[in-house]
Design a protein around this ligand. Structure first.
Ligand code: MG
Length: 229
């Protein structure tokens, strides 16, 4: 059996910036810091890492319970942002078809590998009806470090599949961080340039395969079936 861990933003869906806006407003509402995400690049980072960078830039100490308050506010705002910007939300090309195919194939088990806190990931996948494909995952709420959260996703996959090992583990993601940390966790990486990185930028990080999008279902499945990690 082969495990495939999917990143969320820029890989499965595009929220039209809902996550970033919710984050930025949460920092403003809770810490009184406007535009806290200015100069903070979000892609591929875990939520708590983004938060720490933003607080550091604003010269704020990370006081006890601050993260919890920020994340409660973030979740509230994220739900609002997603509900009020539905026209900007999209499931990325080929995603739904690929997930249906993989889910129906007993040779594969699907999970998430994302820097989002789990409730954030679930809220973002909900409008696209994609949560049903993913029973488990490694999340930004599990670890600050992306390699660690991918490893947690693999452990949960082993538990879900009731086995000791997988024939191969894949990470599918849209940023250099998905590639670097996927490799660190021992996974083969399928990079997809539907996020904010171009195909050449991703190829420079040496993923096992890089594609413009997930539209070519057969080509993607061929790679996932034929490649080992
Ligand atoms: Mg991403």
């Amino acid at each position: 059996m082969r495990l495939i861990l999917f990143d969320v933003d820029g890989t499965l869906i595009n929220t039209g910036g809902a996550g970033g806006r919710a984050f930025s407003k949460a920092i403003e509402n809770v810490c009184g810091v406007p535009d806290g995400l200015r100069d903070v690049r979000l892609d591929g980072k875990t939520d708590f890492l983004i938060l720490r960078e933003a607080l550091e830039k604003a010269g704020k100490q990370n006081e006890p319970r601050l993260e919890e308050r920020l994340f409660n506010e973030y979740m509230r705002l994220l739900e609002n942002e997603l509900a009020s910007n539905r026209s900007a939300y999209e499931v990325l090309p080929g995603v739904r078809k690929l997930l249906v195919r993989l889910k129906a194939d007993s040779g594969f088990i699907l999970g998430l590998g994302t820097g989002n806190v789990e409730p954030g990931a679930r809220a973002k996948l909900e409008p696209g009806g994609l949560n049903r494909f993913f029973g488990f995952g490694g999340f930004g709420s599990d670890h600050l470090d992306r390699t660690d959260l991918i490893n947690t996703g693999i452990e949960r996959g082993l538990k879900a599949a009731a086995r000791d090992s997988f024939e191969a583990v894949f990470v599918v993601g849209d940023t250099p961080r998905d590639i670097i940390h996927g490799h660190e966790a021992g996974a083969a990486v399928l990079a997809v340039s539907t996020g904010s990185y171009s195909l050449p930028e991703l190829e420079r990080c040496n993923p096992e395969k890089a594609v413009p999008d997930l539209e070519e279902t057969e080509l993607v499945i061929e790679f996932l079936t034929g490649s080992n990690s």
